[in-house]
Design a protein around this ligand. Structure first.
Ligand SMILES: Cc1cc2nc3c(=O)[nH]c(=O)nc-3n(C[C@H](O)[C@H](O)[C@H](O)COP(=O)(O)OP(=O)(O)OC[C@H]3O[C@@H](n4cnc5c(N)ncnc54)[C@H](O)[C@@H]3O)c2cc1C
Length: 393
C-alpha cells in the first residue's frame, strides 16, 4: 500500500509518541510505526523520573491527567555515604521545582491512548522498516505489516526508534560524528512488591559498589545494584540480591529496607553516547536514537521529550510560514541540552560508583566530593538544578 503523511515517525517510545501528539496539537498530520506490539511497549519497564519541565509540558499538552493522579511528587533525593543519609532539598534550592516519579510504561500507555482517541495512526507490528530517498524532498519509509509491503511518502522523518533503530544507520557514512564512553559496570535492576523504604530516592555510594532505592508506586519498589556490565542474572538469586541491597543501603539508625517478592529483574550496561548532528536532510533524530546517558542522572526519557518538543515547534514554524530557521537550528538547540545532561549524568555516575581500577585515594576523593555536595549550599544547588532539569525552550 502507498501512503502519504507530513511527518513519518519511526518508533512508539516516549519520543515518537510525544512528537506525534504535539504535531497533532499544531494541526500537523503524522504516522507512527512501531515494530513491537502495543502490549509489549505498554509493559516495557524502563525510566521513571520526570523533570519539572517534562511534567509541565505533558500537562500543557493535555496528557497529564493520570500522571497528576498517580505520579509521586518528590521534593528531593538522599545521598548516602559512610552509612549516613544527606538530603538534597530540591524545592528549597531551586525555588520550588520538583520531580515526579511515574513509570515510563504508564506514560507510554497514556500517550498511545491519546493518539488513538484523536484518530491518530500508530501502526504496531510494522516490521522491516527501512528509510529511502533521503536526498529527495519526499523521503520514504518502507515496512511490512500483516504480510503486506507498504510505503509512506513523507515531508519529514522523525527518527525516534531508539538506540538500535534503523534511522541513524540510514545516514550516509561520514556524516555523523560519534562521541562515546562505555563504563566498566552495569545496573542490576529489580521490581519488587514491597512498599518503598523511603519517601524519596536514595543514591548510595558504598565500598562494595553503588545502590539505588527508587519506587514506582506506594506498593512497588525499584532497586538497583552496580554489577559487572555482562553479569549473568542467573548468578543473582533473590536472596543474594536482598543481602547485597541490605549491605549497600545500610543507613542511619531507624532505616529499614523493606523486602518483598521480586517480579522483574535484569541487567543493563551503562554508556554515554552522542551523535552530531542530530539531523540529515529531512530526517531528524530524537531521543535514544541520537544519544544515550547512564541512568544515574535520570535524564534519558526527559531528553527524548525535550528533543521532540523542539522539533515540533520547528515543524510548526515551517508549516505555518515556510520558515525553516528553527529546523536548521534543531540539532544545535538540542545538543546544548544534551551535553549538559551528558556532563551531569557522567558526574553523578563518577561520584557514586566504585571503579575497579581505582584505589583507596579515589574512594576518599569521592567521599570528599559527596561531603562537599551535601554541606555546601552552592554545590547542592548545582546538583539540584541539574536534577530537576532546565526549562524546555
Ligand atoms: C533496558 C533499559 C532500561 C532503562 N532504564 C532507565 C532508568 O532506569 N532510568 C532512566 O532514566 N532511563 C532509563 N532508560 C532510558 C530511557 O528509557 C530512554 O532514554 C527512553 O526510553 C528514550 O525514549 P525514546 O523514545 O527515544 O526511545 P525508546 O523508548 O527506545 O523507543 C524507541 C521505539 O522504537 C521502536 N523501534 C526500534 N526500531 C524500530 C524499527 N526498526 N521499526 C519500528 N520501530 C522501531 C522500539 O521498539 C521502541 O518502541 C532505560 C533504557 C533501557 C533500554
Amino acid at each position: 500500500m502507498k501512503m502519504h503523511t507530513r511527518v513519518g515517525i519511526v518508533g512508539a517510545g516516549p519520543a515518537g509518541l510525544v512528537l506525534s501528539h504535539l504535531l497533532h496539537l499544531e494541526g500537523i498530520e503524522s504516522i507512527v510505526l512501531e515494530s513491537h506490539t502495543r502490549e509489549y511497549v505498554e509493559s516495557r519497564v524502563r525510566a521513571g523520573v520526570l523533570e519539572q519541565g517534562t511534567v509541565d509540558l505533558l500537562n500543557a499538552a493535555g496528557v497529564g491527567d493520570r500522571m497528576r493522579r498517580e505520579g509521586l511528587g518528590h521534593g528531593g533525593i538522599e545521598l548516602r555515604f559512610n552509612r549516613r543519609g544527606h538530603r538534597i532539598d530540591f524545592r528549597d534550592l531551586t525555588g520550588g521545582r520538583t520531580i515526579t516519579v511515574y513509570g515510563q510504561q504508564e506514560l507510554v500507555k497514556d500517550l498511545i491512548q491519546a493518539r488513538l482517541d484523536a484518530g491518530g495512526q500508530v501502526l504496531f507490528e510494522a516490521s522491516d522498516a527501512s528509510i529511502h530517498g533521503l536526498e529527495t524532498t519526499t523521503p520514504q519509509i518502507r515496512f511490512c505489516k500483516d504480510g503486506e509491503q507498504n510505503e509512506i511518502d513523507c515531508d519529514f522523518i522523525g527518527g525516534c526508534d531508539g538506540f538500535h533503530g534503523v534511522c541513524r544507520p540510514s545516514v550516509p557514512e561520514g556524516v555523523l560524528k560519534v562521541y562515546e564512553r562505555n563504563y566498566p559496570f552495569g545496573w542490576l535492576g529489580i521490581l519488587a512488591s514491597a512498599a518503598p523504604s523511603s519517601d524519596e530516592l536514595i543514591y548510595a555510594n558504598h565500598e562494595r559498589g553503588f545502590a539505588l532505592q527508587s519506587m514506582r508506586s506506594p506498593s512497588i519498589t525499584r532497586l538497583y545494584l552496580q554489577c559487572p556490565p555482562d553479569e549473568d542474572i542467573a548468578q543473582w538469586p533473590d536472596e543474594r540480591i536482598w543481602e547485597e541491597l541490605q549491605l549497600r543501603l545500610a543507613g542511619d539508625e531507624g532505616f529499614h529496607l523493606n523486602e518483598g517478592p521480586i517480579f522483574q529483574k535484569g541487567v543493563t550496561g551503562m554508556r554515554s553516547y552522542v551523535v552530531e548532528p542530530m539531523q540529515y536532510r529531512r530526517m531528524f533524530l530524537a531521543g535514544d536514537a541520537a544519544h544515550i546517558v547512564p541512568p544515574t542522572g535520570a535524564k534519558g526519557m526527559n531528553l527524548a521529550i525535550a528533543d521532540v518538543r523542539i522539533l515540533s515547534k520547528a515543524l510548526a514554524a515551517y508549516y505555518a510560514a515556510g520558515d525553516d530557521t528553527k529546523l536548521n537550528q534543531y540539532s544545535a538547540t538540542c545538543l546544548r541540552r544534551v551535553w549538559r545532561a551528558q556532563h551531569f549524568s557522567w558526574w553523578m555516575t563518577s561520584m557514586l560508583h566504585h571503579f575497579e581500577a581505582d584505589g583507596e585515594f579515589d574512594y576518599r576523593r569521592q567521599l570528599a566530593e559527596l561531603d562537599y555536595v551535601t554541606s555546601s549550599r552552592a554545590a547542592a544547588t548545582s546538583l539540584a538544578e541539574n536534577y530537576v532539569g532546565f526549562p524546555i525552550e
